[in-house]
Design a protein around this ligand. Structure first.
Ligand code: TYD
Length: 208
């Protein structure tokens, strides 16, 4: 059985990830791939329960370390129950957020630092995406796009938090240039979509 692919999407809230994820899924399916679309936190029954706890605005007293460990706990279940089995059986897994979100949001945003990488090393046991798209928009564009939506506990954070997350993503992209592809997400949906498709095609042809 030929191994499949594991692709993740990252970016601040309102960066247009979901639209591009749907477009990529449709395209890959039209080319005959079996695609598993999943998300973090969540992606499993247990993970979705953890997600509810993390994002519930009434849990305002949650310690930052508790938050980081809960994201990692959800991820551990997700990798073992969904992602690894699907990739090993030849499917393409597209994941809305993965470890990089924890590094950016908890490591930089919450300023927990390097320990977030350590926690997550245990959570994923070396299972990392083959390719990660980092959807980059100007911070104000992102926050404008989520205006009017009901906000979860993380989205209620202030501008300083989001600037640190933004900077965190920049650092991660610099640290992992082979895996992470920065995408200018401020442009036309179709243009962004075809850039992403080109990269995925190259991955599948073994050119990357
Ligand atoms: P997401 O499902 O992308 O939010 P939405 O459905 O509202 O677009 O993610 C929920 C929030 O969790 C988001 O603000 C980012 C945050 N998050 C972290 O802080 N750390 C993590 O490891 C993950 C996966 C998400």
């Amino acid at each position: 059985m030929k191994r499949g692919y594991f692709i993740s999407f990252e970016g601040v809230d309102g960066s247009g990830k979901s639209t591009q994820i749907e477009l990529l899924k449709d395209l890959l399916e039209s080319r005959g791939y079996e695609v598993v679309l999943t998300r973090e936190p969540g992606g499993t029954e247990i993970g979705e329960k953890i997600r509810d706890i993390i994002l519930d605005p009434s849990n305002s007293g949650m310690d930052h370390m508790t938050e980081a460990l809960l994201y990692a706990a959800s991820r551990a279940q997700h990798v073992r129950q969904v992602i690894a089995p699907a990739v090993e059986s030849g499917k393409v897994v597209i994941c809305d957020r993965f470890v990089d979100s924890s590094i950016a949001y908890q490591g930089y945003g919450r300023e927990l630092g390097k320990c977030v990488e350590d926690i997550n090393r245990y959570a994923v046991s070396g299972y990392m995406p083959d390719m990660t798209f980092l959807m980059k928009v100007n911070l104000n564009v992102g926050s404008d796009r989520i205006k009017g939506r009901r906000r979860d506990r993380i989205e209620m954070e202030d501008k300083d938090f989001y600037s640190r997350v933004y900077e965190g993503y920049e650092m991660i992209q610099r640290d992992f240039p082979d895996r992470i592809i920065g995408i200018d997400a401020s442009g036309e949906i179709d243009v962004i979509g075809s850039t992403i498709t080109d990269h995925v095609q190259r991955l599948m042809e073994g050119k990357r």
